[in-house]
Design a protein around this ligand. Structure first.
Ligand SMILES: [Zn+2]
Length: 386
């Protein structure tokens, strides 16, 4: 992975490159930030840059792509590049699962998705969606074993630990020990999304690199270039995706998804307004069939509708991010989103997304949220939805 192929994040790239130029690469760094910002891609590009034998020879601020190290990095098969991911037993790995046993699927997933991968996407790939996966004690023992050998080919051995917040309680002491007394010429690049779940002792032993959202202009450009959509579509997607490229890809892949989302959202709001509990339960049963990733996208979409309604309500602006046929409903719906309830709506939708990410049953999440919406929607002085 070259830095130049990663969407946006120019400031972070420059900062990382500078550490190499000035020979002050910290032995343990934590790349922290929300989903779809390119944390993993940045960590791999950084690792490749560090070990490139011809760095900056052809391109300033990037690895060469042609030296023996880069060639192996491009396929993620460099013998001194190691990955640890949350794993669990599945149909083929019956006991003591380690990342090494899943490395083939990991490389495939990364290359298929240009290094933008999500936890749920990973669980689906290895068929462990419903189990509690984690970075376990077998993996931590393996880290120690692997790092006790000298590096094969490069100056540095690099250990990338993806989603370190999934570190199991029993495994933590082993990892902490090695972070504290790292073997010579070893770099740990840790990646995490949920700050509150990372144990504080890990945070105190690493240098924190905060990865910000991808800015809208860069996200729009990336959607147009990589996903062949027009500017109007890219702008609508960026509005919903909120700096998350994975989310933008999901929205575009679903193609008709946006119209489907919109119709579904309208139907849902009507059910909530009328508190039709049996129909709400049917709606919840249906929506869980779309899967967690799609459920999250739908909720993001819902938040974007609500945000736009609020703006329209208070500024009188027309909603430009929506298509003509959608505006009609929105103009009638907007009065229900106001000062009294907007913050609650936002909190409730965010909490629902948070729970869906953490394996709470999506059916329960949607049912709870529907009943909450039924109450919130009446907090506004306005006419009924027709
Ligand atoms: Zn190179």
């Amino acid at each position: 992975m070259h830095f130049k192929n990663i969407i946006g994040q120019q400031e972070i790239k420059e900062r990382l490159i500078q550490t190499v130029r000035e020979n002050r690469v910290s032995h343990a760094q934590l790349f922290f930030g929300g989903e779809g910002r390119g944390k993993l891609a940045l960590a791999i590009a950084y690792a490749q840059f560090i070990n490139c034998r011809d760095k900056e020879r052809f391109t300033k601020g990037d690895s060469c792509g042609l030296c023996p190290s880069c060639i192996k990095y491009n396929k993620l098969i460099h013998p001194d590049l190691h990955f640890i991911m949350p794993v669990a037993t599945n149909a083929s790995v019956k006991e003591k699962p380690t990342s090494r046993q899943f490395i083939k699927q990991w490389r495939e997933l990364l290359i298929e998705n240009e290094y933008f991968v999500t936890l749920n996407g990973w669980y689906e790939k290895i068929g462990i969606e419903k189990k509690q996966a984690g970075i376990n004690v077998y993996d931590c023992s393996e880290i120690i074993r692997t790092l006790s050998y000298t590096s094969y080919e490069s100056e540095y051995k690099i250990m990338i630990i993806w989603m370190v917040e999934k570190l199991n309680y029993q495994a933590a002491p082993k990892l902490l020990k090695i972070l504290e007394e790292p073997p010579n010429k070893t770099l740990f690049l840790l990646i995490a999304e949920q700050h509150e779940q990372i144990i504080s002792t890990i945070i105190s032993r690493t240098q924190l690199i905060k990865i910000p959202k991808i800015n809208d202009d860069e996200l729009i450009a990336a959607c147009m270039a990589k996903l062949s959509v027009g500017r109007e579509e890219a702008e609508m997607v960026a509005e919903i995706a909120n700096g998350n490229f994975t989310e933008a890809v999901n929205l575009i892949k679903q193609g008709e998804g946006r119209k489907k989302y919109f119709d579904k959202f309208v139907g849902w709001m009507r059910l909530c307004w009328n508190v039709k509990v049996p129909e709400i339960m049917v709606f919840c049963d249906e929506i869980v069939k779309d899967g967690r990733e799609s459920n999250k996208s739908f909720l993001q979409f819902g938040m974007s509708v609500l945000r736009n309604c609020l703006v329209m309500n208070y500024t009188g602006q027309k909603i430009v991010k929506f298509r003509e046929e959608e505006r009609d409903f929105l103009e009638r719906f907007a009065p229900f989103i106001n000062q009294a309830n907007a913050a609650y709506f936002s909190d409730e939708f965010n909490t629902a997304i948070y729970h869906i990410e953490r394996n709470v049953s999506p059916g329960m999440v949607f049912l709870d949220l529907s009943l909450t919406i039924a109450k919130l929607i009446k907090m506004a002085p306005a006419k009924a939805v027709s």
